[in-house]
Design a protein around this ligand. Sequence first.
Ligand SMILES: *[C@@H]1O[C@H](CO)[C@@H](O)[C@H](O)[C@H]1NC(C)=O
Ligand SMILES: *[C@@H]1O[C@H](CO)[C@@H](O)[C@H](O)[C@H]1NC(C)=O
Ligand SMILES: *[C@@H]1O[C@H](CO)[C@@H](O)[C@H](O)[C@H]1NC(C)=O
Ligand SMILES: *[C@@H]1O[C@H](CO)[C@@H](O)[C@H](O)[C@H]1NC(C)=O
Ligand SMILES: *[C@@H]1O[C@H](CO)[C@@H](O)[C@H](O)[C@H]1NC(C)=O
Ligand SMILES: *[C@@H]1O[C@H](CO)[C@@H](O)[C@H](O)[C@H]1NC(C)=O
Length: 521
Amino acid sequence: MSVFVVIFALCYCSKESSASVLGRPELDGPAAALLGDIIDLFCEVQTFPEDESILMLLFKEGDRTKILAEYTSMNGEIAEFPLVVRSSHDGYLECVARAQNNTLIQPTVSDRHYLKVVDPVKGAEVVVQSGPVEFYGGKTLELRCDVAAGTHVSYSWLVNGRPVSPSPLRNAAQNQLFIYRTTPQDSGSYMCVATNQLNVTQVFTSNSSEVLITVTVKESVSNPDISFTVLKEATQDYYALVTCRSTRGTPPITFSLYNRTEFVTNKTVEERNTAFMIPVVLGRHLGWLQCQADNGDQIAYSPWMPLEVVPVGGPVTMRYDYDVGENFAVIGEVRFYCKSAKGSHPRYQWFFNKTLLAGRGTFYRVVHQPPDQSILFLTVGRSSAGTYHCEVSDSFDKTTVIRSEKRYLDKEVLNRLPISVVAVVFGCFIFLVSMVSICCCIGVVFRRRQYGEKSLWDLEMEHVVVAYDDKLDLEEYREEADVVKAARIDESDQESEASTDEWPQIAEEKKTLEDEPVEEP
Ligand SMILES: *[C@@H]1O[C@H](CO)[C@@H](O)[C@H](O)[C@H]1NC(C)=O
Ligand SMILES: *[C@@H]1O[C@H](CO)[C@@H](O)[C@H](O)[C@H]1NC(C)=O
Ligand SMILES: *[C@@H]1O[C@H](CO)[C@@H](O)[C@H](O)[C@H]1NC(C)=O
Ligand SMILES: *[C@@H]1O[C@H](CO)[C@@H](O)[C@H](O)[C@H]1NC(C)=O
Ligand SMILES: *[C@@H]1O[C@H](CO)[C@@H](O)[C@H](O)[C@H]1NC(C)=O
Ligand SMILES: *[C@@H]1O[C@H](CO)[C@@H](O)[C@H](O)[C@H]1NC(C)=O
């Protein structure tokens, strides 16, 4: 382009006169300067018309309205532009040469010259753009480095004195630092270092050392639990002590209590739990309560809890069970269960021979499962033989005590065969005996028909068989279909053997059945 312009100018000028040719000026000077310094720029025209004063002008590129400096060159001497460097001078400058009194001579323009105006950086300061210095993990930390003065500044960041290593979650751009999805490990003293330089040797630095910022990352409060216990005051009034408890979250935490319709009360505490006293009326449903926990980020909610205090009442039942082995002996512990028909806040107590059992002892341990029940685990032995019962009262008011019935327990009571087992075995035996008898009878009758006579003994036998049949329980028959089948198979082979073998054992079991468990009132 410039070549074209020169050629064009030469052609154009040659038509006029060689004397009227004005060459392109050349602008020279320092490439960088400090703000406020006085520098000299030089503009020189190699080819110029004789006897013409040439006016040399200094402009910012693209802005011909404002002359930065001017010089009149009579005989082609180099124009000198002294310049007090201002920030507006930063950028590209150009020199325009123009014949002062001859409008026929076209003005010419130099190539642009870059001048970097450096204002030494000063007063670097970290600004936390994302908000408070303490905030919650997961959020983005946004820091900005502000400087009081400085041009062409570059920034670097330090955390705890070490450079912030760039990563996908840490991004430094311009004068800003972004740390995404922060964790407590991102806490630390952040500092920015602002730098600019005039040339290789003249480097300016400003540390934000005076503005050390410790960024701690707070943890959001977790959804609280809600529960309550009941208190009886000396004034005979009852109160619910409603406890709100969060497992995580940096205090202070504000806990607020709401019922379905409105705010009830609030409290700000330095712990993760708090309690509120709410007056209650026994036996009445007092609505639903919810805890809300807030430590500045977002509100965490508890489930809704019904507020109802039901005093204990109704019968208190105590039952027990245990596991039995192959020989019907007790395996492991015997479990006693105590349960009251009514009561939202029961207190269970276990007694052995009228002594209170609590927690864990040599032969027992107590496991409360309020409000449903309480379990007493016992190891069967000499020391655990005795009388057991449980008592239930309200946890907040011990004036009403309801007792269960008492029950005597020892090894013998437990190792007695369970009644159902005995019944089944006995039933099977009777069935077997009757089947054998029927077969015998049929056999005898068949033979008698052959011989044509019937003895008294046979008649008696028939009678006995009928009597046994009446005793059989049909239900048990069906339940024990498999046993019956097995019995039938046995029958075909070794009927007499089976029946005689089982007699003494069954007799023994029958005797055991008759032994009722000893129960004290
Ligand atoms: C240019 O012209 C002006 C008047 O138009 C005159 O005063 C001045 O002396 C001239 N300068 C030169 C260098 O000829
Ligand atoms: C840098 O600038 C200073 C001040 O203008 C000057 O004294 C020094 O010689 C320069 N150094 C280089 C390497 O240009
Ligand atoms: C600024 O910080 C850098 C890096 O920590 C250190 O080398 C330099 O001396 C500090 N400058 C000032 C003026 O504190
Ligand atoms: C707590 O309740 C009081 C009014 O009882 C209210 O002024 C305050 O803003 C509440 N605080 C919070 C954190 O909700
Ligand atoms: C909610 O609490 C307010 C004030 O404690 C009470 O007046 C209102 O009856 C309660 N509402 C329910 C549904 O419990
Ligand atoms: C508990 O009472 C029973 C009788 O009811 C008695 O045999 C047993 O020895 C007593 N046990 C203890 C530890 O007092």
